[in-house]
Design a protein around this ligand. Structure first.
Ligand SMILES: [Cu+2]
Length: 361
């Protein structure tokens, strides 16, 4: 889709493309998310959405499946409960904190701060913050046989709307899907302002890998675009973690989301080398770089100076990664120096989707 990704698109071009590009529907209202003022409009619509009064079983049009009840899973023999306390709230976020693109050695002009939405790791009982909210949110880890028990709190006070956590990759029943389904919404699909909910997800043998989680409440497209996402890593029982492991998200922060003039092509909420994550490793290490797409675009993860095998066994250095897809570059590091990594969709690369990889000899 030209225009939505081109930093230098004219306003007319932007509107022309926007007219057919990116809509979400909230409470029956169709909102163009790439138009100026889109975030405020979507928030206002989302604030009017309430948890449905009726239970799914008695909703108009209910099916026998809506009568089903579910139990909370426990770990398999030998497995453990992995407990997390996570809240969601807005925060001021600087997309280009250094004000510069270190790759090209130039300043990035204009405003770069906006109101983002982030998941924040907390101590047990939401007693204290473990870290500030961030883009992305915390990494959740489990081994096959474990359950992830994620206590979630909607701690947002200004942008008041239902929020959730919806995981990929792990096994869950409909109570723990974390998806708003209108009249068919179950407990985990709408966590209102100030409310808490505990999700229970199972790490099964087919959960091995790296997966995203993200908001799937009534306003989830906008909320995911502005930062409500994170990752889950599931390993086989006793599987050794790589020596050096990174998770990076390829996504965008566009004017309709941020209210800023410029569009930014981002890695983990930041744009341009020196702001995006600087990954590091040492020669001899077993390195894994997990890349997840988190917007409307397809991306190409290119790492200079390195090759690795894709799941089919073919050597690659620029694999494609689509929306909410995860790919892994895993290799034994053998090439010291300063390397560039970037999305190889050129308009993304030039809009900030690039960073450094520093390898110690
Ligand atoms: Cu890209």
């Amino acid at each position: 889709m030209p225009g939505t990704n081109d930093p230098r698109t004219s306003r007319r071009g932007f509107l022309a493309v926007g007219s057919g590009a990116l809509f979400c529907t909230i409470a029956g209202q169709r909102i163009a998310l790439d138009q100026p003022g889109a975030a405020a409009k979507a928030d206002a619509a989302a604030a009017r959405v309430r948890r449905p009064r009726a239970q799914p079983a008695t909703a108009p049009g209910a099916a026998p499946e809506d009568q089903l009840t579910f139990t909370t899973p426990e770990p398999q023999p030998g497995g453990v409960v992995r407990e997390y306390w996570i809240q969601a709230r807005t925060m001021r976020w600087d997309i280009v904190p250094t004000g510069r693109d270190q790759w090209h050695g130039v300043a990035i002009p204009g405003r770069t701060k906006f109101t983002a939405f982030g998941y924040q790791p907390m101590t047990a009982g939401f007693a204290a913050a473990l870290a500030p909210p961030s883009i992305p949110g915390p990494i959740l880890s489990a081994e096959v046989g474990d359950v992830l028990r994620v206590h979630f709190r909607n701690a947002e006070t200004k942008v008041r709307q239902g929020l959730t956590m919806h995981p990929h990759g792990v096994k869950y029943n409909p109570e723990y899907d974390g998806v708003f389904l209108g009249d068919f919404t179950r407990a985990g699909g709408f966590i209102g302002p100030g409310e808490e909910f505990t999700y229970t997800w199972e790490a099964t043998p087919d959960s091995v890998g790296v997966w995203p989680y993200h908001d799937h409440g009534p306003n989830h497209t906008l909320n995911t675009f502005r930062g409500l996402f994170g990752s889950i890593i599931v390993r086989a029982k006793g599987d050794k973690a790589p020596d050096n492991e990174h998770v990076i998200f390829f996504h965008s922060l566009l004017p309709g989301t941020t209210g800023l003039k410029a569009p930014f092509q981002c890695i983990n909420g930041r744009a341009y080398a020196g702001n995006t994550p600087t990954l590091t490793a040492k020669v001899g290490e077993d390195v894994a770089i997990h890349v997840i797409g988190m917007n409307d675009d397809f991306h190409d993860f290119h790492m200079h100076g390195h090759r690795w095998r894709d799941p089919a066994g073919t050597f690659v250095d620029t694999p494609i990664v689509g929306p909410n897809e995860a790919i892994t570059a895993r290799f034994v590091e053998d090439n010291p120096g300063r390397w560039l990594y970037h999305c190889h969709v050129f308009s993304h690369q030039d809009g900030g989707m690039a960073g450094w990889y520093l390898v110690e000899p």
